[in-house]
Design a binder for this molecule. Structure first.
Ligand code: ADP
Ligand code: ZN
Length: 221
């Protein structure tokens, strides 16, 4: 049985980085609603223009639109059989209930919350830059314009401006409360301390997953 995981955490908690690493190590698909939305926005389609109105201001995309986009991806039986890691979804209680209603109790083995205090993530987001060429994430140093890894141009993500950051963090705390309580009531919530070096956080996360998802406990030979 392949692992099916939900990963939650405040903006700037390192969720994207940790999810990419964990998905590779587990051999499961990484589905990020934020990435799916940004890709759709980049095409300039009518759906993309609709999404952009929410994403650029830091508002949540309405649940029915989110569920359509997720269904288009999780609809694949092959993907479900291989296992997946959901990054940025579910973000509201209604989204979580819809997910479990459609896919049953097997929708997720585990929900991992990467916990980083709001004071820490606020500073990280203000300094966050994305490489336009290789998409890697960097922390801005004074006047730095180029990516260390590939020399590509660094830019701020469109929704990493002060008002949108404040709005996203506020919305996260408002929505995450009831969502975390509900995931806990399903017996699948595990909270991992997300403060520290990325390697250390990855080790903590992997240990939590290995302990809770029997399928990956066996060492690879
Ligand atoms: P962040 O968590 O840093 O805001 P994401 O890349 O996860 O970044 O999401 C970017 C934006 O996409 C969010 O601010 C929101 O507008 C939208 N979004 C992503 N996932 C969801 C979701 N599950 N429900 C509603 N809106 C979402
Ligand atoms: Zn780069």
């Amino acid at each position: 049985m392949a692992a099916r995981l939900i990963v939650l955490g405040r903006q700037g908690a390192g969720k994207g980085t940790q999810c990419a690493r964990l998905a590779t190590r587990l051999g499961v698909s990484h589905l990020s609603t934020g990435d799916l939305f940004r890709a759709e926005i980049a095409t300039g389609s009518p759906l993309g223009r609709q999404l952009d109105r929410y994403v650029s201001t830091g508002d949540l995309v309405p649940d029915d639109v989110v569920l359509d986009v997720v269904a288009a991806n999780l609809g694949s039986a092959a993907l479900r059989a291989r296992g997946y890691l959901l990054d940025g979804f579910p973000r509201t209680l209604a989204q979580a209930q819809a997910l479990f209603e459609v896919l049953g109790a097997g929708a997720a083995d585990l929900a991992l919350e990467i916990d980083v205090p709001v004071e820490v993530v606020g500073a990280r987001l203000a300094a966050r830059r994305i490489c336009t060429a290789c998409r890697s994430v960097a922390a801005a140093r004074d006047g730095q314009l180029r990516c260390d890894a590939c020399g590509g141009r660094l830019e701020r993500r469109a929704d990493d401006h002060d008002e949108a950051i404040a709005r996203r963090l506020w919305l996260y705390d408002e929505q995450a409360g009831p969502l975390l309580v509900w995931l806990d009531s399903q017996g699948i919530l595990v909270t991992v301390d997300g403060v520290g070096r990325p390697d250390a956080v990855h080790d903590r996360i992997y240990a939590a997953v290995a302990q809770r998802v029997p399928a990956i406990r066996a060492p690879v030979t």
